[in-house]
Design a protein around this ligand. Sequence first.
Ligand SMILES: Cc1ncc(C[n+]2csc(CCOP(=O)(O)OP(=O)(O)O)c2C)c(N)n1
Length: 569
Amino acid sequence: MTTTRTSPTLSTAVAEVAAERSGAVFGVMGNGNAYVVGHLTATGAPYVRMRHEAGTVAAAHAHHLAAGTIATATTTYGAGFTNTLTALAEARLARVPLVLAAGEGPSAGPRSWDVDQEALAAGLDVPVVRVHPDGAAATAHYAYDLAAWDRTPVVLSVPVDLATAPATDARGVPPVTQPAPPGPTDDQVAAVAAVLRGAERPLLLLGRGAHLAGAGELLRQVGDRLGALFATSVMAAGVTGSPWDVGIAGGFSTPGGWELVTAADVVLAVGIGLNGFQDHRGRLFAGAREVVQVDLAPVATHGQVTRYVRADAAAFASALLTALDADDAVTLTLTHTLTPHAPRAELSRATDSPGGSWRARAPHAAGDLRADLTGVPEHAADGRLDPRLVARRLDELLPPDRVLVPDGGQFLGWLPQHARITEPTGLVLVGTAYQTIGLGSAAAVGAARARPDRTTVLVMGDGGGTMGLADLVTFVTEARSGVVVVFNDAAYGAELHQHGVAGVDQGGMLLEEVNFAALGQALGAGGRRVTRLAELDVVGEWARDGARGVLVVDVAVTRTVAADFLQRH
Ligand SMILES: Cc1ncc(C[n+]2csc(CCOP(=O)(O)OP(=O)(O)O)c2C)c(N)n1
């Protein structure tokens, strides 16, 4: 293939824009994108060879979650494109911006083996931008602008018959300008401040919108003024960095955290969609008389919201802080007049909520809210390990500078419930929006690329793990520092605990045991099969030895313990 053309072609123009606009390009090549990929590799662009096309999109998705920037996926037309559809649906539902530069059938009309890619993308609500030789670079830029503006994956389509056509700048495409996010009105802020002032157990419930707006610190200050507790969505775990964060709200809550979250009488939900996972069967607001939601959606997105403010999370938090400070100043003056020598701490406590600060009444909220596992036996009756003890031990052994990347399955709940996640980029979750399994290994590739300074911890079940085997190969070759933890119950455990227990025949749920440690070794990683908790120490040894390369830890866990998120009522 020639990649030394001096004049730009449609493909080289797309490749140049992809290299300029994205920190990484994840691709599998074929006829439809050969010239795009060839130009990327020839020019030294950060191109990652994935092993399955679903992985190209999942890796770009994870890269965005871990780095915040837009990444690119690239595939050929036809089978290459259709292989991406599950991952594309996930990115669309998760509102993750990325660009998929995909080959497409000829502009002159389809051949016998072409499918209608535009219709397939439309079925997923994913926009398609077709490149034409005139204005190829401008059109490619438009695809990135659109992805950023609408927080969506965009298919940038390269018709195969035009792939090497000379590109010109003849046609300009107006840049997409990001509209300023709406700010709250003074009246809205004053009303919310009053509601929060009247709360006995105020909770700030924060989602990815708060993280993306960079509002974590401001919201922490708001909560501190109010003596409030914090909880987050899974995508915003650790966003405030406050010790008063009681953890993830919803199916992944710790028992202690869930009790506190559902006891709140006033909830301020910021940058969070309040979806079914967070709401967890309608119980999220069990104790709340007021639920204030602040988000960018045109209207409230949960039926129990009592007051909705459409605003950017940071603009709102800053205005609310000012309003609370103004209230404090008034109270401070009054209190100071009465008790001129009272220490500052006393004065600020005087401004607390009516029943005294929730924090003062529930000091355990700042402590360890995880389930008490005292007395839980290491091995269940089937002789395999208890996954909760495994997760708890791994939390101690894994390097603290880590990014957890779970696949989907019932094991999903164990690490969020038992391991510390101290910042939103410390947990990269690809698959839950569309409820798909099998994308974890590819997501781990994207996370490892985005955060080479961290240890990437790929966590998977044996079912999703085998589904995503192709890009386990990529992870092992790509990751500078990685651990693969397989919660291996030799079953589709989530199916077993939902349908097996309901009487569905288990023939389709039980799997042959796969030895992932041996698989890892065959791929060039370290591998250890773990049947006793003490054998997990291999992770600590690996970390002490410099945490280099990839270690696969295949843990034989029991089928008999069901995850809380499948059964909490
Ligand atoms: C692509 C896809 N196929 C099937 C399912 C249905 N499904 C959900 S969880 C699950 C089992 C996952 O098994 P495993 O990865 O071993 O994890 P475990 O549940 O055992 O922890 C299956 C098959 C799905 N969510 N996505």
